[in-house]
Design a protein around this ligand. Structure first.
Ligand SMILES: NC(=O)c1ccc[n+]([C@@H]2O[C@H](COP(=O)([O-])OP(=O)(O)OC[C@H]3O[C@@H](n4cnc5c(N)ncnc54)[C@H](O)[C@@H]3O)[C@@H](O)[C@H]2O)c1
Length: 308
């Protein structure tokens, strides 16, 4: 595996998962455009890559607008001469239940995740097509986008939308040899550190100890570094035939997600009136009604922590 000669942009890479992706891409030989809204973390991310012998440059700008997308691609091309890899990772949360969610909370999350992914991928894909580069687009989804989650209307919309766009881009960019995939990560970061369910794992990690096997294995929950190998693989020549996929990774686990498929198909000449459905719907679907939400197994007693 080598990404020598390749140039990558990783949005939101000042800390957390994005930082781990930027560091791993650099370790594999890519030169990296780091991006964050926080100038200090972006500078430290660049320094951490340089300390390991890699090359990186920072763009401090909020992902969402076309201007930032253009600045990111322009910086990659002006500084390193090309762009091969884009990882759209920047993200924020504004969690609350539907009936308390403000327009501002909805729009902020949609702007950073969904619009930010759209504007950055449009800019990068345009450059890659025009320059005949068989590039790699890697977009970050979430289990919430796949299954729904209490208190995350805005985030579920954005993350499900990202996977929908990835399916479309895999079709549209195929002829140019550009792949587009979604990664569904789970890891201990500032985003997950405050959830009591993960507290014992975050504690162990902070103490420099391995996370309990229940988290790493049963839940697929580990460190940011556990996710970065998949990012580097998808960015590499070895993954040239992998496109349009949603791949979950965390801890010791990797999962290929299915895309939605019809589970029941039935026909009725003349179509399905309300009366016909009232008479036949229960028999038609049988026990095929679909579940929603993530499944969290009960924590073993020794991993229980009090709620803050
Ligand atoms: N941590 C998890 O378990 C998990 C699970 C599923 C999905 N994700 C996704 O992974 C990505 C990274 O999450 P994380 O846990 O590392 O979060 P994090 O909060 O630790 O890091 C996010 C980074 O993005 C930056 N950022 C925020 N808004 C930005 C903007 N408009 N432009 C540029 N940078 C911006 C932040 O400053 C921060 O450095 C997000 O898209 C998140 O939704 C994380």
């Amino acid at each position: 595996m080598s990404l020598d000669g390749k140039v990558a942009i990783v949005t939101g890479s000042g800390r957390g998962l994005g930082l781990a992706y930027a560091q791993e891409l650099a370790r594999q030989g890519a030169r990296v455009v780091v991006n964050d809204v926080d100038a200090a973390t972006a500078a430290e991310a660049v320094a951490s890559i340089e300390r390991e012998g890699g090359q990186a440059v920072a763009v401090v700008a909020p992902v969402g607008s076309s201007e930032t997308a253009k600045e990111l691609v322009r910086t990659a091309v002006d500084t390193y001469g090309r762009l091969d890899i884009l990882v759209t990772n920047a993200g924020v949360l504004r969690d609350t239940v539907l009936w308390k969610m403000s327009d501002e909370a909805f729009d902020t999350v949609i702007d950073v995740h969904l619009r930010g992914t759209f504007t950055c991928v449009r800019e990068a894909a345009t450059y890659m097509r025009e320059n005949e580069i068989a590039g790699r687009i890697i977009c970050i989804g979430s289990p919430t986008g796949q299954r729904g989650n209490f208190g995350q209307t805005n985030y579920a919309a954005a993350k499900a939308g990202i996977v929908g766009m990835v399916r479309t881009w895999a079709l549209e960019l195929k002829k140019a040899g550009i792949t587009a995939n979604a990664v569904i990560p789970v890891a201990a970061t500032a985003m997950t550190a405050t959830l009591p369910y993960f507290a014992a794992a975050v504690e162990a990690d902070a103490a420099g100890e391995p996370m309990p096997a229940f988290y790493r294995h049963d839940l697929g929950f580990g460190t940011s570094d556990d996710v970065s190998g998949l990012i580097a693989f998808l960015a590499s020549d070895a993954a040239a035939n992998v496109s349009g996929q949603a791949i979950g990774v965390g801890g010791d686990r990797i999962q290929l997600w299915s895309h939605p498929e019809p589970v029941v198909t039935a026909y009725r000449e003349g179509g399905w009136s309300a009366e016909a459905l009232e008479a036949e719907f229960a028999d038609l679907v049988g026990d095929n009604l679909q579940s929603v939400g993530e499944r969290f197994p009960a924590l073993p007693d020794e991993l229980q922590r009090p709620r803050p």
